[in-house]
Ligand binder design. Structure first.
Ligand code: SF4
Length: 362
């Protein structure tokens, strides 16, 4: 069975064991339905967008708030992007929020307001890749579609003892084939969710609990004593270290916030003026970038943010504006207690907190 699809009897036993385990141990989630009924497809769409790169426990409160405020696909399509970003604030990877809203608009424009049922059609929507399409098709519409993300790839690579690095495209393609061959034709959504739950609860990255796993008898890696060693991966490139210089500018008790460009990281979110180059003189940078003359900046502190490819050191300074004229549309002035309607990524929220702390200390 190593690296190949098992014959039908083995697959049937695997599906039965996994689904029986899921019926007893599957996790409760607000977007899930148990006992044979299908969930609201819109809830599945929103939850799957939020779950990319994010843990279930983090997603649950965001999901509940999102559905309370935007209860239908039509409400999401009609919502301003800034409202959607505000609901997403703190979840990170904001492209997901913009794509989710764009997907809702596309469903209204091209599919008569109803989410399509098949993975092929779902993939036509913005931000919906093969994983999300398979998840929605199987969970919301009971279609026999496969899913494959890091969690599922780990389980499958162990189950079928795929020993080549799973980040190679050819190996990835083979894992998709295995996922498609494995999915239960009667209960595809439950099967996929069962694999996800097994990966989260039992077949964990560092300490798979093989001896209590419902798939132990079918698992090639467990039988070979190699579960912890899989999946194999190619060596990763070290993240690039960069420094961002924040210059928080105030005029009496109001602070300048600027909007980030519409493309790139943290697109369209708000920030205290920030130079992503290590400029030698922040006073000169403020004049050139914003048109403002500022007093000598004071260093408030620093912190580090890890992103997928970069380790970003934020060095935070504050300075008083003493003259000049703010360039048109360069930003808005706000009190620190009035930032709620300006969606900001986590590092900039951290800057706001540093400023509040400094103010509180006087
Ligand atoms: Fe994962 Fe171990 Fe279960 Fe195999 S037996 S699926 S390695 S937990």
């Amino acid at each position: 069975m190593e690296g190949s699809v098992a014959n039908e009897p083995e697959l049937s036993a695997l599906r039965r064991a996994l689904l029986a385990w899921y019926d007893q141990n599957g996790r409760e989630m607000p977007w899930r339905q148990r006992g044979g009924s299908l969930p609201d497809p819109y809830h599945v769409l929103v939850s799957e967008a939020m779950l990319q790169q994010t843990q279930v426990a983090t997603v649950i409160p965001y999901f509940n708030r999102f559905i309370r405020e935007l209860p239908t696909l039509a409400a999401l399509a009609a919502a301003p992007e800034q409202q959607v970003l505000r609901l997403w604030q703190g979840l990170g990877y904001y492209t997901r929020a913009r794509s989710l809203r764009a997907a809702a608009v596309a469903v209204l424009q091209h599919f008569g307001g109803t989410l399509p049922r098949t993975a092929e059609e779902l993939r036509q929507l913005p931000g919906v890749g093969p994983y999300t399409a398979g998840a929605i098709a199987s969970i919301a519409f009971n279609q026999p579609a496969a899913i494959l993300d890091g969690n599922v790839a780990r389980v499958l690579s162990r189950l079928w003892r795929v020993t080549e690095p799973i980040d190679q495209p050819a190996v990835r393609a083979r894992l998709w084939e295995l996922a498609q061959a494995s999915v239960d034709p009667q209960r595809p959504g439950d099967f996929n969710q069962a694999v996800m739950d097994l990966g989260a609860l039992v077949c964990t990255p560092k300490a798979p609990a093989c001896l209590t796993c419902p798939l132990y008898a079918q698992c090639a890696a467990a039988q070979a004593g190699e579960a912890e060693a899989l999946p194999a991966r190619l060596p990763r490139k070290a993240p690039r270290a960069v420094t961002h210089l924040v210059l928080a500018l105030h005029r009496r008790d109001t602070w300048l916030l600027e909007r980030r460009p519409a493309r790139g990281m943290w697109a369209n979110l708000w920030q205290f003026p920030t130079s992503e180059d290590e400029v030698p003189h922040l006073v000169g940078w403020a004049l050139a970038h914003l048109g403002l003359k500022v007093a000598a900046p004071a260093h408030l502190g620093g912190f580090t943010q890890q992103t997928t490819h970069r380790t970003i050191r934020f060095e935070v300074h504050q300075a008083q504006v003493i003259g000049g004229r703010l360039r048109p549309k360069a930003g808005v002035w706000r009190k620190l207690g009035e930032l709620q309607d300006l969606p900001m990524a986590n590092p900039q929220q951290h800057v706001a907190q540093l400023l509040r702390n400094a103010r509180a200390r006087g």
